[in-house]
Design a protein around this ligand. Structure first.
Ligand SMILES: Nc1ccn([C@@H]2O[C@H](COP(=O)(O)OP(=O)(O)OP(=O)(O)O)[C@@H](O)[C@H]2O)c(=O)n1
Ligand SMILES: C[C@](O)(CO)[C@H](O)COP(=O)(O)O
Length: 229
């Protein structure tokens, strides 16, 4: 089943504190966002990539897309204030009612087999996301005081890609705009339409590079995948 993917890459990377867009930092001598795009570019089921970027990054991103021979970029759209705004800008340019994925440019370790499971599931159910079961004991805390211990078996850490039938995702974005709702992922918009979302178990390596220590974990994942860890 074919699909298109929106890749938001227009964040500021404030928590990384790299002094520039964190997506331009290199892992294994290749910029982070190129790792994230390549898996889709090389996937025979992927029909195209829509990339949301900040206008100030446009020249450098275009050069790197050319240098790394990324072929499936259908369009570049300007990012917005929030991640959700960047994705909405991209969604407005989509010309298909097939399956659309949203994947953070800051998650360079997604595997093709997981992408395909998401696409197959979204084709059947309309909405599928990937995540991993929580491993730690989870508590709610207010003002540094524990307010409750939460039943762990129902808690999952959510990743991207998230896969949807386009019409469902677009409707959820229109509704969110009407309600001035801002979510931290795309699923949260779809859940409130409401539409059921299926969870697929992924792997713990599919981290988002958010803070400096994530770069150390990322180097370890690269070595593990190269078989030298
Ligand atoms: N206005 C925004 C904010 C985020 N993103 C993208 O959404 C993904 C997930 O965001 P995150 O990793 O949290 O990145 P930043 O927003 O850049 O991080 P920070 O909050 O630390 O500034 C990233 O690929 C980021 O580039 C985006 O396209 N537009
Ligand atoms: C979409 C996401 O990657 C799922 O974990 C995450 O919610 C993005 O979070 P952030 O708020 O941009 O850190």
């Amino acid at each position: 089943m074919a699909y298109q993917v929106i890749i938001p890459a227009a964040g500021q990377g404030k928590r990384m504190g790299a002094g520039k867009n964190k997506l331009l930092l290199e892992l294994n001598n290749i910029p982070i966002f190129i790792h994230s795009l390549k898996v889709f570019d090389q996937d025979e089921l992927c029909e195209g990539i829509i990339l949301a970027i900040s206008p100030q990054d446009e020249v450098e991103f275009k050069l790197l897309l050319k240098q790394y021979k990324v072929k499936k970029v259908l369009g570049l759209v300007p990012g917005g204030k929030e991640r959700q705004d960047s994705i909405y800008n991209a969604l407005k340019t989509v010309k298909t009612d097939g399956i659309i994925l949203v994947h953070d440019a800051a998650r360079p370790f997604i595997l093709k087999e997981h992408i395909h499971r998401l696409v197959d599931t979204a084709q059947k159910t309309g909405a599928a996301i990937i995540g991993v079961p929580a491993k730690d004991t989870m508590k709610t805390v207010r003002d540094n005081v524990v307010t409750a211990t939460v039943e762990r078996s129902s808690l999952w850490a959510v990743q991207t890609p998230q896969a949807f039938r386009f019409s469902i995702l677009f409707k959820s974005y229109e509704q969110a705009e009407k309600d001035s709702f801002i979510g931290t992922d795309d699923s949260s918009l779809v859940e409130r339409i409401p539409h059921p979302v299926t969870m697929i178990e992924g792997d713990y390596d599919n981290i988002k590079l958010t803070t400096q220590e994530d770069l150390f974990f990322a180097e370890a994942i690269v070595k593990k995948r190269q078989g030298s860890f």
